[in-house]
Design a protein around this ligand. Structure first.
Ligand code: TXA
Ligand code: MG
Length: 358
């Protein structure tokens, strides 16, 4: 056990002393959790293989799940990657700082364990003032996966980080809630054509404006109706199906006719209640009344406002776990804009199973 120190910082203007202290910890090869605009990251020196190993241990994460390196200036790309294609520079210009991670060819100086032994490296330049201040003060590229235990929902508050990692990391910068609430979009630029491995904070629609040929790795194309996850190809190392999961079983519903899907969810809720199960529902504000009577309902925000839904999804999953529900019911949020990333996280929280209501 390590004693985890928590330093509160103003998310917009972090105290330079706290930042310096955190930077020292990183420079000493130790672990610091910090807020980014997507989710909290669990950081270590990206050029130090032993420090990277500490991340895998703290998260109890398999070595086969590679980690993103974070930078504060696009110039640092050349430290981390080689044979950088022009499209990477262009995307960096447009989307950085921000929620876009690019997979590139790894430079020899970067330890192989950041990339699970592959010849690639994933890089992102975050926009959050605390991440930026920390990266600048440490003057190192920082390897940082989401700051949660493996398979748990990502942490969007410092309390979530402590829930999973207290006693396993050296320092936590508490900068309040993260804004986006879902992880970055991961785009692989090492193949013949760019492929999105994980939809996230940067919308596919926006990426397509700059890389029209980009495709979404097949397993994320929603609504396949498959209940057998063994057939789903793994698009990216570490993107195995069970992920982002609450402890409760999550049942994901989908279908074209809203009224039928909701009616099916209500029937399911009643059946589960009769069996003595505690049921939680993740619902948009508009659908509260359909479930309020029989379930523990967590409101996510308006269905018209996918940013609000994304911001609250992981926190809501953790809250329902806190109420010890056995099952969580949720309906998809479509396949446009952030709906794609939401579908991906829900699909994996549901271990790949979808209940289609026709
Ligand atoms: O928003 C985010 O991306 C957050 C914040 C902290 O930056 N980080 C994050 O990291 O979500 P993590 O480790 O939870 O998810 C990163 C995913 C990995 O699971 C893997 O699928 C993909 O990015 N990835 C990382 N390095 C890769 C590589 N070299 N090749 C292919 N995929 C990679
Ligand atoms: Mg993660």
């Amino acid at each position: 056990m390590t004693k985890t120190r928590v330093l509160r910082v103003d998310p917009a203007r972090p105290d330079p002393r706290a930042i310096r202290e955190a930077a020292e910890v990183l420079r000493a090869g130790r672990l610091v959790a910090f807020p980014t605009e997507t989710v909290y990251g669990l950081g270590a020196n990206a050029l130090d293989a032993a420090a990277i190993d500490r991340i895998y241990q703290a998260k109890q994460r398999p070595a086969s799940d590679p980690i993103i390196a974070h930078i504060y200036d696009p110039k640092q790309l050349d430290l981390l990657a080689v044979e950088i294609p022009p499209i990477a520079r262009k995307l960096a210009n447009v989307f950085w700082p921000g929620a876009l991670t690019m997979v590139l060819r790894r430079a020899p100086a970067v330890p192989a364990n950041i990339a699970s032994g592959t010849q690639t490296v994933a890089v992102r330049m975050p926009s959050h003032p605390v991440s930026r201040a920390l990266l600048i003060a440490a003057n190192l590229p920082v390897a940082a996966p989401s700051a949660n235990t493996f398979t748990r929902p990502s942490a969007t508050t410092a309390a979530h980080v402590l829930e999973d990692l207290d006693g396993r990391i050296d320092l936590l910068l508490d900068g309040g809630e993260t804004t986006i609430g879902l992880e970055s979009t991961v785009i692989d630029l090492t193949g013949e054509k760019p492929v999105v491995l994980r939809p996230g904070g940067v919308l596919l629609e926006h990426l397509r404006a700059f890389v029209p040929e980009v495709t979404l790795a097949p397993r994320f194309v929603g609504g396949s109706g498959k209940t057998d996850t063994s057939e789903v190809p793994v698009a990216s190392p570490g993107q195995m199906v069970k992920h982002y999961s609450p402890r409760a079983e999550l049942m994901l519903f989908d279908g074209r006719d809203t009224a039928s899907v909701i009616a099916h969810m209500q029937r399911t809720l009643q059946q589960l209640s009769k069996q003595g199960k505690r049921v939680g529902v993740l619902a948009p504000d508009e659908e509260h009344l359909y479930f309020a009577k029989d379930a523990e309902v967590k409101l996510l925000g308006s269905r018209e406002d996918l940013q609000a839904i994304s911001h609250s999804l992981f926190a809501a999953m953790r809250m329902l776990d806190g109420r010890s529900v056995d099952v969580i019911l949720v309906r998809g949020f479509g396949q446009n804009g952030l709906g794609t990333a939401l579908w991906d996280r829900l699909l994996r929280a549901a271990e790949g199973k979808v209940i289609h209501v026709d």
